[in-house]
Each structure stands twice: as structure tokens, then as C-alpha cells.
Ligand binder design. Structure first.
Ligand code: SAH
Length: 366
């Protein structure tokens, strides 16, 4: 990829084939491409000077023709539950966030695919800041690289989810380019079974993702009828539930894989027993796993989380109908790193104010 105003190639954004082509065009042997990729994606090098199995003159040539851009780490916040939120500054000054989530035996990294988001979902903080721009493949894959560099045991990072800021299928080119380097053996070598793209429901791009990749699909459903979904997610006016579900039915699912459906439970909006029954009907016959996400509070937003009893009752209906349905713990909510809480903002400090029995996030300008 060429960065405007800087005509050098950003090597983290090229896939294996294009890197090979690029080194050959420079008159070099093709194995140099593999060596460079090993430095970038395995040894996490941040400059050509670190590439010590290349001669100094070759390193100089590469530095003249290409760059190794990297995200600037502005801040890391650590939650009580061990979740870490990274705030990164892009070269043009925009800010994005990535979230590293500890599981029992490994870590999951939640990536951003865009700065801001254009999808306008009513319950999501990222939506409130609007759309800034798509991230390049290099900027997406570099989130993995920078977080790995900061981890004491980088090999424990096993899962990659596109569930941070932005809509990955509205940035198909950047997302696919990043996936390419994340799963390539000569790239970061993650298992394709451990990479999940989450979408608000861009139906035609779900079909394309199914044709062109073997990664997992997650769909943020959040409602099981068009009227409720129209209220929550503007994308539903473009791609109605029947076309979204039809794209899901056609999504190739090898072996025992399933599609994950995320369902943010919002009090009095989509949490009634009838909603659970509608969900059962909508997903019938699909190999589906349902992730119930109790609504995470967003400042100034007039929505709230259902009671634990209501959430449990909703889950029970799904389980009684033989769906796998889990209630997702909102990890990192004390540092606003939970689902829907990413704002990519600097200069704000969050303090938790106790209000009656409720604690909620309040932002004050430092
Ligand atoms: N645009 C993609 C990727 C973002 S994933 C998508 O929509 O799937 C972010 C996930 O967080 C989505 O499942 C979304 O439904 C969920 N989410 C957004 N705001 C939330 C909130 N306030 N509380 C809980 N989950 C939320």
C-alpha cells in the first residue's frame, strides 16, 4: 500500500505473493520476501536495521523503497479482571482502540477495523463519534503486532476477533488484507478457526466473506423482528432480516463450526420472552451459537440492562429450544473496554460515580 505524501510501500499491508513480487521487481531473489516477512510478522521487527540476516546495503535499499509504519501506543488501561485496553494513534492523528481479553488459558484480541463507525447503531458508543475512515490492512494487522510486542507471553494470544471499533465488512478490502497476513503461515500464522469477523449485517459482504475466506462469522443480530431491529440498527433498513438470515444460511460451515449471533439485551426493548421465541423461530435450522450480551451502559444513553432474572429467563427459552446460548460477561467495563464502549478518545478520564446502588461510567475532561 502506498501512503499519500510518502510514496514508499508499507510492507505490513502486502500479502506474501505481493511481497515476493515487490522484491523481485527490485531485482532481488524471491526468498528475500520470505525473510522480510519473517522479520515483520514473527520477530516483530520495527526497522530494517534489525534484519540482521540481510546485508547492510540491502537494508539501506529496503529503507529507501519501503517503510515499516507502526501504530503509536498512546496509553494502556488495565481492568480489574485483567482486560487491557490499548489506545493507538494513527499516522494522521486519529485514535483507535484494541482490547486484549484474558480467557482461562489464552488471550483474545479484539481489533478495530475503522476509526469511528458509520453504522449508527443506537446502543453503541463508537457510533456516536461518527465515521472517520477505514483502516488499512497494515493498520489492522499492526494492532496484533503491537499488542504481541507488549505481552510477556505473546504465544498465548490465540484468538482474533473483529469486534472493536468499526464495521469490518464496510471495510472489506482492509479487513481481508489483514486476515490474509494474520492467518498466513509466513505471516502471523494464526489458525483460521481462531479468527472471527463480526458484522452488523452487511448481507452481500457476508456472502463474499464466505466465498473468499475460511474465518468464522459472527452477526450482531440484537433483534428478531424487523420493527425492533429498525429501531436499533439503521443497517436493517438496507438489508432486512430475511436477506441477512438467508446470507447466513448460505455461509459455508465446515465440520462442526457454527455462526455466532450476538444479541445485546436491552431492558424493555428486546428482552421479552416473545423476543426469545421469535429468535428461536428466526434461527431454526441454522448451526447457531447465541451470545447474549447484557447492555453495557453508555453515558447519556437512555437505555439500560435487564435484571439478571430477565436475562436468565431469556437464556432459558433459547436453551430449552436446544440452542447454545451463553451470557457474555462484560469484561473490562470498569475501563470502558466492554462491547460497545470503545470511543478512541484521549484526554478523557473516566471515574466511576456511585449512584444509589448503581455504578455507572461518567466522563470528565482532564
Ligand atoms: N460492527 C461490528 C463489529 C463491532 S462488534 C458488529 O456490529 O458486529 C461490537 C459488538 O458489541 C456488537 O455485537 C454490538 O452489538 C455490541 N455492542 C455495541 N454496543 C453495545 C453495548 N452498549 N452493550 C453491549 N454490547 C454492545
Amino acid at each position: 500500500m502506498i501512503i499519500p505524501g510518502n510514496k514508499k510501500v508499507d510492507l505490513k499491508g502486502l500479502n506474501g505473493r505481493n511481497t515476493q513480487q515487490w522484491v523481485e521487481d527490485l531485482g532481488l531473489e524471491s526468498y528475500r520476501g520470505r525473510q522480510i516477512r519473517q522479520w515483520l510478522f514473527k520477530k516483530l521487527a520495527s526497522s530494517f536495521q534489525e534484519m540482521t540476516n540481510l546485508s547492510p546495503s540491502l537494508r539501506d535499499l529496503l529503507a529507501e523503497k519501503a517503510t515499516i509504519n507502526h501504530l503509536e501506543k498512546v496509553r494502556t488501561q488495565v481492568s480489574k479482571d485483567g482486560t487491557e485496553k490499548y489506545l493507538f494513534r494513527l499516522r494522521d492523528g486519529l485514535l483507535i482502540e484494541s482490547v486484549l481479553i484474558p480467557e482461562r488459558e489464552h488471550y483474545t484480541l479484539c481489533l478495530s477495523s475503522q476509526a469511528g463507525c458509520a453504522m449508527g447503531c443506537a446502543f453503541c458508543l463508537t457510533a456516536k463519534q461518527g465515521f472517520k475512515r477505514n483502516l488499512s490492512a497494515a493498520e489492522i494487522v499492526d494492532q496484533v503486532i503491537q499488542v504481541k510486542k507488549a505481552m510477556p507471553h505473546p504465544d498465548l494470544l490465540r484468538n482474533i476477533v473483529f469486534m472493536g471499533m468499526g464495521e469490518p465488512l464496510a471495510n472489506y478490502h482492509g479487513t481481508l488484507g489483514a486476515i490474509d497476513n494474520i492467518i498466513a503461515e509466513g505471516g502471523m500464522n494464526f489458525s483460521h478457526r481462531k479468527v472471527t469477523v463480526s458484522t452488523c449485517g452487511v448481507a452481500p459482504m457476508i456472502r463474499r466473506l464466505g466465498r473468499e475466506t475460511t474465518v468464522n462469522l459472527a452477526v450482531s443480530l440484537n433483534a428478531a423482528d424487523d420493527d425492533t431491529r429498525d429501531l436499533l440498527m439503521p443497517i436493517n433498513r438496507r438489508f432486512r432480516l430475511h436477506s441477512l438470515i438467508s446470507a447466513c444460511r448460505d455461509f459455508p460451515l465446515p465440520n462442526r463450526r457454527m455462526i455466532t449471533f450476538e444479541y445485546v439485551l436491552i431492558k424493555d426493548i428486546n428482552d421479552h420472552p416473545q423476543d426469545a421465541l421469535k429468535l428461536v423461530r428466526l434461527l431454526s435450522g441454522l448451526r447457531a451459537k447465541i451470545n447474549l450480551i447484557p447492555f453495557n451502559p453508555i453515558p447519556t444513553m437512555d437505555m439500560s440492562r435487564p435484571s439478571p432474572e430477565k436475562i436468565a429467563a431469556f437464556q432459558e427459552i433459547l436453551v430449552d429450544n436446544r440452542f447454545t446460548a451463553i451470557i457474555r460477561k462484560s469484561k473490562g467495563d470498569d475501563i470502558s473496554a466492554a462491547c460497545g464502549q470503545l470511543s478512541g478518545e484521549e484526554g478523557f478520564r473516566k471515574s466511576t460515580i456511585k449512584l444509589a446502588n448503581n455504578s455507572y461510567q461518567h466522563r470528565i475532561l482532564v
